[in-house]
Write a protein that binds this ligand. Structure first.
Ligand code: SF4
Length: 180
């Protein structure tokens, strides 16, 4: 099977070291920015613009998924007060991974994975479990924060003066950040 992977990208900073890691493992990478969780739309656009800058630097093909925040809000209804890394985040991971899988099938790309595990705030075990439950043959298990993945992403962002967001993405995470 050809080593092509559809990489779900949560943000440009995270994508930088992950794309390099996958390429060093012999994969051809197609980027897929799909994050209807991001609030507000101005923040979504800012993160998308940053991913586009990174894609240009890395000569990466980039596809934008649909930005449908209403869909995300309906899936997470009743979970507004969940803490970060709680049940709402699992639903949020699941939604994004399912769409990445659907897109990979549509494009006949044999593998899919996500940049989400590069974050030191995110549990790779949970993300890898969700990806494997969707399709354990197609999902590539990684913990991208390993092998200095997070550190390399930070270095790349400093070197290229990239925008770095102050909260995970959704309106509830943003409120927690503001309330401190
Ligand atoms: S905190 Fe982050 S992962 Fe959790 S629900 Fe919000 S955007 Fe999704």
């Amino acid at each position: 099977m050809k080593k092509i992977v559809l990489l779900h990208i949560c943000c440009g900073v995270c994508a930088s070291s992950v794309v390099e890691r996958l390429r060093s493992d012999g994969f051809e990478v197609v980027g897929f920015f799909y994050n209807p969780n991001i609030y507000p739309s101005q923040e979504y656009q800012r993160r998308l613009d940053t991913v586009a800058v990174v894609a240009k630097h890395l000569n990466l093909q980039l596809i934008e998924g649909e930005y449908d925040p209403h869909h995300w809000l309906s899936l997470t209804k009743g979970m507004e007060k969940e803490p970060e890394a709680g049940a709402r985040c699992e639903v949020c991971f699941q939604m994004r991974l399912e769409e990445a899988y659907r897109k990979s099938m549509e494009l006949s790309v044999p593998y899919f994975t996500t940049t989400l595990t590069v974050s030191s705030h995110k549990d790779a075990l949970i993300i890898n479990r969700i990806g494997s439950e969707i399709d354990d043959k197609a999902f590539l298990l990684y913990d991208f924060k390993k092998q200095n993945g997070f550190k390399k992403a930070m270095e790349f962002s400093r070197q290229h003066l990239l925008y770095r967001q102050q909260y995970c993405g959704c309106v509830y995470g943003m409120k927690l950040q503001v309330e401190g």
